[in-house]
Design a protein around this ligand. Structure first.
Ligand code: NAP
Length: 243
């Protein structure tokens, strides 16, 4: 069990975008590690409730792109010791075909949503002089992807936010790290043609795409006591796709 060393207290982890995919795998993995989990989601009520009854944890609905909903969510759930910002949306189209509304939506969920959740979680962590923030970027936030400009820009922003917060919050005993997954087998890639997924696997040194559980294992490590001296880092979980 991940207990607070001084008080023998079970630590609470909020996972945004925890209803499906990588977030759901994080919820399972952190539950196994002994944390008290709260699953945030936006639209997938059934998936969130099913997972919550499997894990015996609670759920909270909020669109992370809306600061009022994020404020209400934290009002409802109270303080968290670990924040995993997994909520995200993708958009695949030419930059010149991307509407202002599409651009805003991707930036609002992926970057603003991460920032709003961090802002709401930090005061308690500063008070405790302890806390873990784990953001989720993407290899495309590191390298940029053709026809995914809004997504790449949002994920590059998440990396900048992570590094700046690590510097700002280090003196308060809070670590802030980022996971940059490669191509992972979730709904987000479900619309890709099988040939494209095969090509991506072939371009990967480990010759396959990754699983949500493999990303969750990295999140679990960064949340653990063993990662206490790691902050401001971007950890690629890519099968070597970007080296
Ligand atoms: P996914 O299967 O599509 O799941 C996305 C999750 O985000 C869902 O739980 C969804 O909840 C939630 N979400 C979306 N918009 C939200 C909002 N406005 N407020 C709250 N929750 C919201 O995607 P995934 O592959 O697991 O991706 C998880 C994270 O990893 C994302 O940040 C993604 O960009 C990143 N990532 C994924 C890959 C990949 O290859 N799959 C690679 C690199 C990075 P609802 O359905 O309930 O709305």
């Amino acid at each position: 069990m991940e207990m607070d060393m001084g008080m023998g207290r079970v630590r609470t982890a909020l996972i945004t975008g925890g209803s499906r995919g990588i977030g759901a795998a994080c919820a399972r993995s952190l539950t196994k590690a002994g944390y008290r989990i709260i699953i945030n989601y936006d639209r997938s009520d059934d998936a969130a409730e099913k997972l919550a009854s499997e894990l015996g944890c609670s759920t909270v609905r909020a669109d992370v792109s809306d600061p009022d909903q994020v404020g209400r969510m934290f009002g409802e759930i109270g303080n968290v010791d670990i924040l995993v910002c997994c909520a995200g949306v993708a958009l695949s189209k030419l930059f010149t075909d991307t509407s202002h509304e599409e651009w805003r939506r991707v930036l609002a969920v992926n970057l603003d949503g991460t920032a709003y959740c961090c802002q709401a979680a930090i005061p308690h962590m500063v008070h405790e002089k302890d806390g873990r923030i784990i953001t989720v970027s993407s290899i495309w936030g590191v390298t940029g992807a053709s026809c995914e400009t809004a997504y790449s820009a949002s994920k590059a922003g998440v990396i900048g936010l992570t590094k700046a917060l690590a510097k700002e919050l280090g003196p308060s005993g809070i670590t802030v790290n980022c996971i940059a997954p490669g191509v992972i087998d979730t709904d987000m890639n479900a619309s890709l043609p099988p040939e494209t997924l095969k090509e991506l696997a072939n371009e990967t040194p480990l010759c396959r795409i990754g699983t949500p559980e493999e990303v969750a294992a990295a999140v679990r490590f960064l949340a653990s006591e063993e990662a206490a001296f790691i902050t401001g880092q971007v950890l690629g979980v890519t099968g070597g796709f970007v080296i």
